[in-house]
Design a protein around this ligand. Structure first.
Ligand code: NAG
Ligand code: NAG
Ligand code: NAG
Ligand code: NAG
Ligand code: NAG
Ligand code: NAG
Ligand code: NAG
Ligand code: NAG
Ligand code: CU
Length: 591
């Protein structure tokens, strides 16, 4: 230290001072928004559609903040529907009341009512997002949450620019009908995929191409693409022709950076990737989002593909337009690339202050089978199955198809000791009856099919209670029951470690050995592979009632969900405070 040249020492002192000032200035910032929710007409694919939007924007407004900031969002509901907004991935420590999960943490905000969400973005950096959490309205009610580091320092080369890339879907159907329709018909598909709300030029209306999202870049600059999958239906592959990516974060947690030219992102997940504008600048390049789909005998959807453009600016080119370059996409039935993409995520290098340690000791173990089954329609006690109209397709966790209460939100019921809790059941720790979960012969739904015998299931409102500070391990098992989709499982109020994944049926004796207990990725949404499993571990240290569910709408709506209840700890610092005095009331029943 004594040998430091005077100039350098002065510069270092000045830098230190600047940092302190910046820190102080950045501290306790308030980020305030007003979200006016109302209906609007939009035209796509030659059709006029009535959609519900925030501030008339699609996607909705971005929330840009710095780690440690307080966010206040005033939601003014001028739509005809009950609305909640969920802050997807925000940990909401001791703040479960602001989680915005309809009928779990609050009753929906009634038409013409206002409610203000208040929460802190503490200990999280990267990309999260917000969306409504009542029926399928989230298809048009969503936006990005950007959380920048307080110090201004990223654990990777500082990007020149942030670019949110939100993948979504466009629906012609009345979105409040979508959830109900799962129970009645198969005709329930989106009309198109979107990038930042744009369908792109592969979609057209009587030959006139839809608008494409265009990203203008400057040669040599580094762009931080903040990818969000806000879609109701599909995982997506994302590529940009002529460019490759460095994946640096997911779900607002840093990763050990790795290079790839294709990103896989499942509904509920976010992926932060660096892209250097280093391609020959006199061409234009397509960016493509392609929906991934389980192959037959799963029911098949149309091919969903949204296309945008990357164009170089501030350059001089001669020669005419050579057309845009198209990336070579994986096959839309390729479920291997997404498996290995997710397998390649590892947590930030040990020692990063935001990286928590994995606890070796586990207090509670759950093995949760995710699949579909059926219940009899009407008041029948027995009925035909195998695709018969006497029964209704539902989805479940451990053979219980989650049913939301309709009078009192679960958190409020628990807080007040409401009588409605008496009908709530405990989610079983393992499937009540074991079967060969990943046997592909279970996929086809037909009278006399192999699945028919194990198809009957039941509806219930389930919860699972954990004492404060318990270490919980959950192994999610995707099944072949009447479909063979992957399952992006999302837990509210907690991040978790993803310890391992694998194909086939989970076998503790064999598979626990493959756990990464050193630098697993920290996530809020885990991609449970198709016909495979994934193991997560978390500490139940945030008292409240937290939704745990699949982020595919066709799974959550018919019941692939439960609620994780975390008990209060022994001190005020480990106890959920009372609800805000203006918490929404269930004055009217929701549709
Ligand atoms: C909301 O307010 C508008 C304008 O005052 C009124 O026309 C509408 O009926 C109200 N809606 C409800 C559900 O109260
Ligand atoms: C946010 O953080 C501030 C400062 O630590 C604290 O006073 C406040 O209660 C927190 N708010 C919420 C909603 O957690
Ligand atoms: C418009 O879309 C239809 C259906 O996807 C397609 O068959 C047709 O080729 C497209 N037309 C043009 C001019 O792009
Ligand atoms: C990472 O990706 C590569 C290339 O796809 C693959 O060979 C490898 O098995 C992956 N690693 C993991 C742990 O999944
Ligand atoms: C089922 O039974 C209840 C009570 O017995 C009755 O009110 C209801 O109408 C029945 N529903 C159907 C669809 O038959
Ligand atoms: C489960 O099904 C798979 C695929 O048909 C088969 O290979 C495997 O042997 C079955 N396992 C058991 C324990 O029956
Ligand atoms: C699922 O639950 C239903 C209804 O309780 C029961 O009839 C069935 O045997 C259970 N199936 C499995 C595989 O546990
Ligand atoms: C939580 O549990 C860990 C490990 O089991 C223990 O070291 C720690 O003291 C506990 N903290 C609280 C607040 O109970
Ligand atoms: Cu699912």
């Amino acid at each position: 230290m004594g040998k430091m040249p005077l100039m350098a020492a002065a510069a270092a002192a000045a830098a230190l001072l600047a940092a302190v000032v910046a820190l102080t200035a950045a501290e306790a910032s308030l980020v305030e928004h007003t979200f006016v929710v109302r209906q609007m007409h939009m035209q796509h694919l030659c059709k006029d559609t009535l959609v519900t939007l925030v501030n008339g924007q699609f996607p909705g407004p971005a929330i840009e903040a710095t780690e440690g900031d307080t966010v206040v969002v005033h939601v003014v509901n001028q739509s005809p529907y009950g609305i909640t907004i969920h802050w997807h991935g925000v940990k909401q420590r001791l703040n479960c009341w602001a989680d915005g999960a309809g009928m779990v943490t609050q009753c929906p905000i009634q038409p013409n009512a206002t409610f203000s969400y208040r929460f802190n973005l503490t200990g999280q950096e990267g990309t999260l997002w917000w969306h409504s959490h009542v029926s399928s309205l989230r298809a048009t009610l969503y936006g990005v949450i950007i959380i920048r580091p307080k110090s201004g320092a990223y654990p990777f080369r500082k990007p020149d620019m942030d670019v949110p890339i939100i993948i979504g879907e466009w629906w012609h159907k009345d979105l409040t009908e979508v959830d109900k329709a799962y129970l009645n018909s198969n005709d329930n598909d989106p009309a198109a995929a979107t990038i930042n709300g744009k369908l792109g030029d592969l979609s057209n209306c009587s030959g006139k191409a839809e608008d494409s999202y265009v990203l203008e870049v400057e040669p040599g600059k580094t762009y931080l693409l903040r990818l969000v999958n806000a879609a109701l239906y599909s995982e997506y592959y994302f590529k940009v022709a002529g460019h490759s990516f460095t994946v640096v974060a997911s779900d607002a947690n840093y990763l050990t950076p790795f290079s790839t030219d294709v990103v896989a992102v499942a509904p509920g997940e976010t992926m932060d990737v660096l892209m250097v504008a280093d391609a020959p600048p006199c061409r234009t390049y397509h960016m493509v989002a392609l929906a991934i789909e389980a192959p037959e005998p799963d029911p098949q959807l149309p091919l969903y593909i949204a296309r945008g453009l990357v164009r170089y600016k501030n350059i001089e080119c001669d020669g005419g337009d050579q057309g845009a370059v198209m990336p070579e996409m994986p096959d839309h039935h390729d479920t291997t690339t997404t498996f290995y993409f997710h397998g390649n995520l590892t947590g930030a290098a040990p020692g990063h202050p935001l990286l928590p340690q994995v606890r070796g000791h586990v207090d509670e173990r759950l093995y949760i089978a995710l699949g579909q089954g059926s219940v009899c329609r009407g008041n029948r006690t027995s009925c035909k199955r195998g695709g018969s109209s006497e029964s209704m397709l539902v989805a479940y966790m451990n053979n219980a198809s989650f049913h939301l209460p309709d009078k009192v939100a679960l958190l409020e019921a628990r807080y007040r000791g409401d009588a409605s809790l008496s009908t709530v059941e405990e989610l079983p720790s393992r499937p009540p009856r074991a079967f060969n979960y990943t046997d592909p012969a279970l996929i086809p739904v037909a009278p006399g099919g192999k699945e028919e015998a194990i198809e009957p299931t039941r509806k219930a409102t389930t919860e699972r209670r954990f004492r404060y500070n318990a270490t919980v391990e959950v192994v999610f098992q995707s099944t072949a029951m009447m479909q063979s989709d992957s399952n992006p499982m999302h837990l509210h109020g907690h991040d978790f470690f993803v310890l391992a994944q694998g194909h086939g049926n989970y076998d503790a004796a064999r598979d626990a050995r493959s756990y990464n207990l050193v630098d697993p990725p920290v996530k809020n949404t885990v991609h449970v592979p198709r016909l495979g499993w994934a193991a997560i571990r978390f500490v139940a240290d945030n008292p409240g009632s937290w939704f745990l569910h699949c982020h595919f709408e066709y799974h959550i709506a018919p019941g692939m969900a439960t609620v994780v209840v975390v008990e209060n700890g022994p001190t005020p610092e480990t106890t959920l405070p009372p609800p805000p005095t203006d918490l929404t009331k269930c004055s009217k029943l929701q549709q």
